[in-house]
Ligand binder design. Structure first.
Ligand code: NOJ
Ligand code: CA
Length: 564
């Protein structure tokens, strides 16, 4: 590694394959996740849309990101925030048209920002033409075979086919009414009833998804995020039906033979997608959302498969140096073994924002639903601590090899908006788990301005209520403040772009400062994070960035600095 570093000149990356325009652009990309319905609303109907994204293209450019990832933009009944797709090759009319989509691609590409879209292959929405056709068609018909229909048990088939539980709570089976009005078969849905699971043994299903990825690739989409990538193939042959109560990764077999998840043959599907991705120039990229044992993740990230797979480990990691150290070490090694690059992520549309998580006591973090339900949940948050740690944590991963996924609003250091009245909640998980936890907080529409209707989200209201404190936490305020989190992110991404180098790190040990995590990149770029409580004397060098003021050469607790 040191020999490589000698050869490297900062600012001269001509030898590196991840340069803009190359096929390896994704390896160390910063990807900004947009939840389209909550980003920017162009027409005042309270729902963010594609023209809203276009109107913020310069803002996206100002961040210095390499790509955006859009959560589903397809027609949907919104039973699960768009992850119930009714038409995979169209745009939700509330979000715009295909022409708007094309213009968005053009506007973002013009600004050197690539576009990743969500593919939801485990299930469709229940208004999908295929599911509607299946409901109209008789038992045993080809139309039913595209989904997972089974007879119920009991004399009148009134007992559900198995005890399988959905990820959102209660059963994973729903009974239909047959076209003649009689109670009929049952269909499987690992998520909400409005999300019937596809039968991936059916060749038509396979063909249709190839058509979908070609459709969007032809329109210029650069990459894909694959929803529940581990669940597509299931062991349902010869009348076998899995009996499982709830999703618990520790119960999933990790030898590829589990009935429901992470089965070996799922990779045949991704190999066929890879062939299509590679027909394009540059090849399209993909990242798997695969909740699998860490040692099985590499299969999804292989070059014959999707190429990258989310490392979600930091989503649950408390503010603890040892835990960060071991997680990072493991991820880097695992990615290197199969030629992939790792992904870092702290926040997305499914989890409590990390500025809030890092302000919680560890006991709350280890059981977020219990914390979420507790009457004093807000009192348990140390807002300042969460804010400091979130900034420090993000700057830490931005210095690591691999790509980083940022979630809209985190660049404002935003806390989780928590006081959404239950009658305004939208998340099916909230309803189906009896108010256990809701993902609506992290989906509250973006605040752009201090005043005005919906804090600049759009000319009308917002589809989820925004908290009053958005008057202080918004793009307008932070844009003007050189020390804001927004400008910290912008600076970091600008500096990072110049410093990117070979995907290696070397840990630097500090035996007398057990809570300090310190590593060097081959070109001398160093990152120091202070997980402890006392200030830490920084090594010599130019301080490029610090998440808290460095006083007398010392990095305060809960802070990260970059040095060169
Ligand atoms: C994962 C998505 O991130 C989540 O939002 C969704 O509810 C499930 N997959 C089901 O599609
Ligand atoms: Ca709108």
């Amino acid at each position: 590694m040191d020999a490589a570093s000698d050869a490297l000149k900062i600012g001269d990356m001509s030898d590196f394959k991840f340069l803009k325009g190359s096929e390896d652009w994704w390896r160390q990309a910063v990807v900004y996740q947009i939840y389209p319905r909550s980003f920017a609303d162009s027409n005042g109907d309270g729902i963010g849309d594609i023209r809203g994204i276009i109107s913020r293209a310069d803002y996206l450019k100002s961040l210095g990101i390499d790509a955006v990832w859009l959560s589903p933009h397809y027609p949907s009944a919104l039973a699960d925030g768009g992850y119930d797709v009714d038409d995979y090759r169209n745009v939700d009319p509330r979000l715009g048209t295909l022409e708007d989509f094309d213009e968005m691609i053009e506007q973002l590409h013009r600004r050197d920002i690539r576009v990743i879209v969500d593919i939801v292959p485990n299930h469709s929405g229940s208004n999908h033409v295929w599911f509607q056709e299946a409901l109209r068609s008789p038992k045993g018909s080809p139309a039913r075979d595209r989904y997972i229909f089974r007879d119920g048990k009991g004399e009148n088939c009134e007992i559900r086919p198995s005890e399988l539980v959905s990820h959102f709570g209660p059963t994973a089976w729903t009974r239909i009414t047959e076209p003649d009005g009689t109670p009929g078969q049952w269909y499987m849905h690992l998520f909400a009833p409005e999300q019937p699971d596809f039968n991936w043994d059916n060749p038509e299903v396979r063909e249709d998804f190839l058509k979908t990825i070609r459709f969007w690739s032809d329109r210029g989409v650069d990459g894909y995020r694959i929803d529940v990538a581990h669940a597509l193939t299931k062991n349902l042959a010869n009348g076998h039906l899995p009996e499982r109560t709830g999703y618990d990764l520790s119960l999933v077999k990790h030898d590829g033979s589990d009935d429901l998840f992470d089965r070996d043959e799922v990779h045949e599907i991704y190999a066929s997608w890879r062939k299509v991705y590679n027909e394009y120039d540059p090849p399209r990229v993909a990242v798997a959302e695969a909740w699998v044992h860490a040692n099985r993740r590499a299969r999804y990230a292989s070059t014959e498969g999707l190429g990258q797979s989310f490392a979600f480990d930091l989503l649950g990691t408390p503010w603890n140096k040892k835990r960060f150290h071991s997680t990072i070490d493991y991820q880097l090694k695992a990615a290197a073994e199969n030629g992939s690059s790792t992904t870092w992520v702290f926040s997305n549309h499914d989890v409590i924002r990390h500025a809030t998580r890092f302000g919680l006591p560890e006991s709350a973090l280890s059981n977020l639903p219990a914390w979420y339900r507790s009457a004093d949940r807000e009192k348990q948050i140390n807002v300042e601590l969460g804010f400091d740690r979130a900034r420090a944590a993000t700057m830490l991963v931005l210095a690591l090899p691999g790509s980083t996924y940022l979630y809209q609003g985190e660049e404002l250091g935003m806390q989780e908006p928590l006081n959404i009245p239950s009658e305004q909640m939208q998340d099916p998980q909230w309803f189906r788990s009896e108010g256990s936890i809701s993902r609506d907080g992290c989906r509250v529409p973006m605040p752009w301005t201090s005043t005005g209707s919906s804090f600049g989200f759009g000319p009308g209201g917002a589809h989820l209520p925004q908290p009053a404190w958005f008057k202080d936490v918004n793009v307008e305020v932070q844009d003007k403040d050189g020390k804001s989190t927004l400008n910290l992110y912008r600076n970091a991404l600008r500096i990072r772009r110049d410093l990117l180098c070979a995907e290696e790190i070397k840990w630097v040990k500090h035996p007398l400062a057990a809570d300090v995590l310190h590593f060097k990149r081959p070109n001398g770029w160093q990152c120091v994070t202070n997980f402890g409580t006392k200030p830490f004397k920084l090594p010599k060098g130019q301080i490029l960035l610090a998440t808290k003021d460095v006083v007398d050469g010392k990095l305060p607790a809960n802070a990260t600095a970059w040095i060169k």
